[in-house]
Design a protein around this ligand. Structure first.
Ligand code: ADP
Ligand code: ZN
Length: 531
């Protein structure tokens, strides 16, 4: 070790103690800091909460000049800068929320060498004026936060991130550090290529969160299931409940409050003051539940979130991992709980089909959803599946701390059941030129003479009543799994069911369809007693 590296190391440690008040670096932080302080480029893949910020904040304090941080989270910049200033760090930001005068002050500070850290929104780098400004100051490093936004295949693509390759070209001598909590191999490769970081050192932390118990239960009466889950396992705990729509956020928060659990809503439709107040209460109070759309949680740093619950299906495994990752940052036992059912699959497939974006965008969204569905329907360890998804080898094929490990689900040969569903869809289409949704298909299979069955003469079909061996919930489970496996598809705004290219092999008997047996009584919490 040279004298310089020893000196740099002790300076870094001093900054950690003096400025941030922490005892020691965590995990890979020290190695990253040392590498960047020495002027090296770095790609850092670390899960949410692992402490990515210090990986560039400390080098920015130790190296001469200003550390320029590119971040898409404009809404958080003000808070981040305020928090840093409170610690005595000379920080500033430039983004579209500022007026001209505010920006001028920050620019002057930067040029005078009075800033340790300057946060920038990526779209600023499209402007020549910004590049010009940066050229006139002294830069210690570039940090590219949320670097997965550069990935066109990812779940959070931002076109402005493609511009960031200019940093390496214009400032070849300034170290760059790209950071993200998304670590699929594909994203990792894209970050490296698109940002020109082939020569960088790569730091990949484990994505395992052993203290989080993953559970996904069949959805029956979701609000009630949630309430039971909270009462049985998390009474008095702080946690986050995610819903897809503002409406269900409001309703769920009301429902919990009515049932004696203190809960507040959080979504983009609330005014800024209410949102700020609910967020502040969540951070300050001990056992508050926030019911939120995904707008909530980015950059929220509360160590003792004991559970994250999903009442609706996230759009991707990345989203699921990020949202559940807000639980248990203090390392204590926490739960990631989700209720998931047939309507989730139909709704998400519909959203993709009817949503904006070109064909390629829809294909990508479908792939993301398929991976999420595979996680929901797996009969194997959920943690192992998550880790494999993020490109990591699990320590063991079963973790002992997820629902499928604690209470392994049975599988059954669902080939005949699948054939019955598919041939009903075929008959309706071939013989009648009709398409229907899951409810009508189920009613036909069960031989129910509902008003709608009578209206369409569906009791005259040869498949009418051929599915009496299963109950309604079971048929819905079969349809859900066929949708998840791509053996059925959803069409149009009514979510009618149609065959896919893969359906033929099942109908011909060339393909078996193993299905997961849903628990008979959808328990809110872990079934089978025990654990
Ligand atoms: P990430 O960006 O990876 O999600 P953050 O940088 O926001 O994580 O850090 C998460 C939390 O961990 C913050 O409260 C941070 O202050 C804390 N933290 C980070 N590094 C350390 C450390 N070495 N010692 C103690 N706390 C730390
Ligand atoms: Zn497991």
């Amino acid at each position: 070790e040279t004298v310089e590296t020893a000196a740099a190391r002790s300076e870094a440690l001093q900054a950690l103690h003096r400025v941030f008040g922490y005892e020691a670096f965590r995990g890979e932080q020290e190695a990253v800091v040392e590498h960047v302080v020495a002027g090296g480029d770095a790609v850092v893949l670390m899960p949410t909460g692992a402490g990515k910020s210090l990986c560039y904040q400390i080098p920015a304090l130790v190296r001469p000049g200003t550390g320029v941080v590119v971040s898409p989270l404009i809404a958080l910049m003000q808070d981040q800068v305020t928090a840093l200033r409170a610690l005595g760090v000379r920080a500033g930001f430039i983004n579209s929320t500022q007026d001209f005068d505010e920006r001028r002050v920050v620019e002057a500070e930067f040029l005078a060498g009075e800033l340790d850290l300057l946060y920038l929104a990526p779209e600023r780098l499209r402007l020549d004026a910004t590049l010009e400004l940066l050229s006139r100051g002294k830069i210690s490093l570039f940090a590219i936060d949320e670097a997965h936004c550069v990935s066109q295949w990812g779940h959070d693509f931002r076109p402005d991130y493609l511009m960031l390759s200019v940093l390496g070209e214009r400032w070849p001598d300034v170290p760059r550090i790209a950071l993200t909590a998304t670590a699929t191999r594909a994203t990792h490769r894209e970050i490296t290529e698109r940002l020109g970081l082939e020569g960088a050192r790569h730091f990949v932390a484990s994505f395992d969160r052993p203290n989080i118990q993953y559970r996904i239960v069949p959805k029956a009466d979701p609000k009630k299931q949630l309430l039971n889950f909270l009462r049985e396992e998390h009474a008095g705990d702080a946690g986050i409940v995610y819903c897809l729509s503002r409406n269900s956020v409001e309703k769920t928060a009301e429902f919990l409050t009515r049932n004696g659990i203190e809960a507040v809503p959080y979504h983009a439709g609330l005014d800024a003051a209410t949102r700020a107040e609910h967020q502040a209460r969540f951070l300050r109070e001990d056992g508050l539940v926030v019911v939120a759309t995904i707008a909530f949680g980015m950059g929220i740093d509360k160590p003792d979130v004991r559970f994250v619950a999903h009442l609706d299906l996230p759009k991707s495994v990345e989203g699921y991992y990020q949202e559940t990752g807000r639980a248990g940052r203090d390392g204590l036992p926490s739960t990631a709980w989700m209720a998931y059912g047939l309507n989730d699959v139909i709704q998400q497939r519909k959203l993709i089909q009817l949503g904006e974006g070109d064909e390629a965008f829809r294909r990508r969204a479908s792939q993301h959803l398929d991976a999420m569905l595979a996680l929901c329907e797996t009969v194997q360890c959920r943690r192992a599946q998550l880790l494999v998804y993020f490109g990591q080898d699990p320590d063991s094929p079963s973790c002992g701390n997820c629902d499928t490990c604690l209470d392994p689900p049975e599988t059954w040969d669902g080939t005949v059941a699948a054939q019955k569903v598919l041939s009903t869809v075929v008959r309706l289409h071939r013989e009648r030129g009709q398409k229907f949704g899951a409810v009508q298909i189920t009613d036909i299979l069960l031989g129910r003479r509902t008003a709608k069955v009578i209206q369409f003469d569906h009791d005259q079909l040869s498949v009418f009543g051929i599915g009496q061996e299963l109950g309604e919930a079971e048929w819905r489970g079969v349809v859900r799994q066929l949708l998840a496996q791509g053996l059925l598809a959803v069409e149009g705004e009514y979510g009618t069911l149609v065959l896919t290219e893969a359906s033929g092999a099942v109908l011909r008997g060339d393909r078996k369809v193993p299905l997961r047996r849903d628990p008979k009584k959808p328990a809110a919490s872990r079934s089978g007693g025990g654990a």
